[in-house]
Design a protein. Structure first.
Length: 85
């Protein structure tokens, strides 16, 4: 996937995940960074469980990225001491 597609997918996944985790969302930059990290984490986790990871700019990849971003956000909130879920 191109870098621009990763950024778009990461931004959307980070925004959705931040709304799912803490209902208020974070900053745009934090959503972008955690969304991109979440896409990588989600792809890794799905590959470990035998499914395909992020394969392009499609709904399945968005689902994988959102799940990964939720995992990353929960860990982030646990480390920083913010309220998660």
């Amino acid at each position: 996937m191109s870098i621009l597609a990763w950024i778009v997918l990461g931004l959307v996944a980070g925004f959705i995940a931040s709304k799912l985790v803490n209902r208020s969302g974070g900053s745009l930059v934090l959503d972008l960074v955690l969304g991109i990290v979440g896409a990588v984490v989600g792809g890794f986790l799905f590959n470990q469980f035998g499914s395909a990871g992020v394969s392009g700019l499609n709904l399945y990849s968005l689902l994988v990225a959102v799940i990964g971003a939720v995992v990353v956000l929960v860990i982030y909130h646990a480390i920083t001491g913010r309220r998660a879920l």
